[in-house]
Design a protein around this ligand. Structure first.
Ligand code: SGN
Ligand code: CA
Length: 532
């Protein structure tokens, strides 16, 4: 693997020496700015441009209203750091080496920000990266260590660590705006990565929003009580059920004493969540959450499994969506700044998430599976004068495509080792140049938290074929048109025998195309076993 990466670096140095641009030319001056906004675990079900059942997100929606809404955007590996590595390198996990959250990112990989920086772009990153090491190719960065904290977060900067008092979503935006306003050269194009921690677990909203959202109730998803009948072992053994695995203390924010008093066994890592609130923040918090705790104490004795699940789901949604309300407000601040400074016309703005998330579908929270809610990710892009406003695009695009897209936007040639496709033809109405028929997926982090088994698969617009491997050998096939909720695995249905044959062949071809193989699957299993 190392060798592949070293060759890629050498290749890219040769390719880009010619593009190095220390003093901005007139040509460079006119290049579009790139603002890449990404949140962490933001389900498309929680963006009103996609679905307004749960929450209104007027600011994020602005991007779709002024640009394009992708309804079929997916990730190649539905987990945080691997998704970020795919975005930065334009290569699948098995090639860039960052297959799970457990290993460090290999910084010998060439990333698109490094290439843009060499081509004369100013580059900055603020918020969550989650690589275990610092990013290369940025003039300035202020990033959260690991998962980061919602309250009074610590930031890693080029000048050392600093703790900033306040709420992480507001602070990440303050840092971003401060850089745009005060620390860049207005005569040069810029590429900004503005990366929210929210709405990641343990879902801690700020005061304004927890006060509002804890009063709300939300509609239940159709598959909240999924029994996983027809599904493989993987869906049945995953540990991400709202009923069984969501912590009453960390996730639902009941007091440890209450849980103990009711005789319920629960794990607690409060130090990572409300343990960071200062005394004033904590008093505000308790004023809202203690009455919920009291109310639960009274109601718990009369609850059955299903009313308990629904109660937990409501608490989950109140806090999860509360954190999104802050993201939306803050995205509005950044969009307003671009408008006010007349930068918007020459800026491409992308809003996405590192993956999707389960909001009770299949009874779950978390992500990792190739099923829709975590495989798909929100994607909204605006680029005035290039994208016709208000368009919905249903082509199958992936996070793998960002690197090449941004390089094309900047007029820089992408290294041939990158494995995605530039989205520029789709953005600029040249759909005939887009011919992707299938996308590839591969998830590795197992054994690990949430116990989702290793799997890879292929999706077309019609079908999805998944192979679970490692300690099982099981297949699933979904008819995506007839069964959008993915509750009927038809792999063994004789009526689908031809589809299984065809999709298996396609999967083989796509594995070959992206240079994935059983040898590599085994290599990564051995690597995991060695580290244990
Ligand atoms: C933490 C969470 C998990 C989550 C992973 C990965 N547990 O470990 O629920 O799946 O992060 O998330 S927590 O109790 O510590 O919150 S990721 O977005 O970084 O991949
Ligand atoms: Ca994530």
């Amino acid at each position: 693997m190392k060798l592949i990466n070293h060759l890629a670096v050498i290749g890219s140095i040769f390719l880009f020496v010619g593009c190095k641009d220390k003093t901005a030319t007139n040509e460079t001056d006119k290049k579009p700015n790139i603002v890449f906004i990404m949140s962490d675990d933001h389900a498309y079900q929680a963006i009103s441009a996609y679905d307004d059942k749960l929450i209104q997100t007027p600011n994020i929606d602005r991007i779709a209203n002024e640009g394009m809404l992708f309804t079929n955007a997916t990730v190649t590996n539905s987990i945080c750091a691997p998704s970020r590595a795919v975005i930065l390198t334009g290569k699948h996990s098995h090639i860039n080496g960052k297959i799970d959250n457990l290993s460090k990112f290999d910084t010998t990989n060439v990333t698109f920000p490094q290439i843009l920086q060499k081509a004369g772009y100013q580059t900055a990153m603020f918020g969550k990266l989650h690589f275990g090491n610092n990013p290369k190719g940025f003039d300035e960065f202020k990033i959260l260590p690991g998962q980061g904290s919602y309250y009074n977060p610590r930031f890693i900067t080029q000048k050392g660590d600093t703790i900033i008092k306040g709420y992480v979503t507001d602070i990440t935006t303050d840092l971003t705006l401060d850089w745009m306003k005060n620390r860049r050269d207005p005569n040069k194009p810029f590429m900004l990565m503005y990366l929210h921690k929210a709405p990641h677990r343990a879902w801690l909203p700020n005061k304004k929003h927890y006060t509002e959202f804890t009063k709300k109730t939300f509609p239940l998803p159709e598959t909240l009580f999924d029994d996983y009948n027809t599904r493989s072992t993987a869906a049945k053994t995953a540990e991400m059920g709202i009923f069984k695995h969501m912590s009453l203390i960390n996730d639902v924010k009941l007091r440890p004493e209450t849980v103990k008093e009711l005789g319920i066994k629960q794990w607690s890592r409060l130090g990572q969540s409300i343990g960071r609130l200062d005394s004033v923040q904590r008093a505000d918090w308790d004023a809202v959450y203690n009455p919920i705790d009291e109310d639960f104490k009274k109601r718990y004795p009369t609850m059955n499994d299903s009313t308990f699940t629904v109660w937990k789901y409501q608490r989950y949604m109140q806090d999860y969506l509360g954190t999104i309300a802050s993201v939306d407000e803050n995205v509005g601040r950044v969009l307003d700044y671009l408008d006010e400074e007349k930068l918007a016309d020459n800026t491409i703005v992308v809003y996405t998430s590192d993956q999707g998330f389960y909001l009770g579908e299949h009874g779950w929270f978390d992500k990792r599976f190739m099923y829709n809610e975590s495989f798909k990710t929100p994607l909204l892009i605006k680029w005035p004068n290039k994208i016709t406003a208000g368009i919905t695009e249903d082509e199958m695009v992936q996070n793998l495509d960002f690197a090449q897209t941004f390089l094309e936007v900047a007029g820089v040639k992408a290294p041939k080792e990158m494995q995605g496709e530039s989205l520029v033809p789709l953005l600029t109405g040249k759909k005939e140049a887009w011919d992707r028929e299938a996308v590839y997926y591969h998830y590795y982090e197992y054994p690990a938290e949430h116990a989702v088994k290793r799997h890879y698969g292929i999706a077309t617009k019609e079908y999805k074929l998944i192979h679970f491997y490692h300690d099982v050998n099981e297949w699933e096939l979904y008819d995506s048109k007839k069964d959008p909720n993915e509750v009927n695995n038809v792999y063994n249905d004789p009526e689908y025998a031809d589809v299984v044959k065809e999709m298996t062949q396609k999967l083989k071809e796509v594995r070959k195309k992206y240079k994935d193989s059983e040898t590599l699957d085994n290599y990564y299993i051995e690597l995991y076993n060695k580290k244990k």
